[in-house]
Design a protein around this ligand. Sequence first.
Ligand code: ADP
Length: 138
Amino acid sequence: METTLVLLKPDCMQKKNAGEVIGRFEGAGLQIIGCKMMQLDSAILREHYAHIADKPFFPEVEGFMSSAPVVALALRGEGVIAKVRQLAGPTNSKEAPEGSIRGDLGEDVMHNIVHASDGLDAAADELKRFFNDGEVFA
Ligand code: ADP
């Protein structure tokens, strides 16, 4: 069993797609074991997006991700990390296939509805980043 970190991004919340996206995760057999609404600030975003902090588009991503509160989810299931990435689809919503979350609901490469951890180490780091002790119910 694995646990992964998902963020329902500001575009997801503003378009009222949270129920639709969570329904897809639950429909795939994944269990919510943590759920938290948060306003992200630049400190947590610089840490979370350290791998893109030197990209020219980073300030725009930071502005977008702090434009409205997000919902952080801890999702548990077998192979959940790969499953959630598969359900989400590729980063660029315009290239994401129909049937994927980003393909069906996303707008472009930045406004892509969800964040999902991309591996075991990232999931462990990100769960610690967004949830305090006692907030994930394993
Ligand atoms: P993913 O979220 O699919 O793991 P990355 O880690 O590469 O993708 O990028 C983090 C986030 O930064 C993306 O989800 C997206 O919101 C944004 N992003 C990535 N590439 C671009 C780009 N070229 N222009 C604008 N925003 C981008």
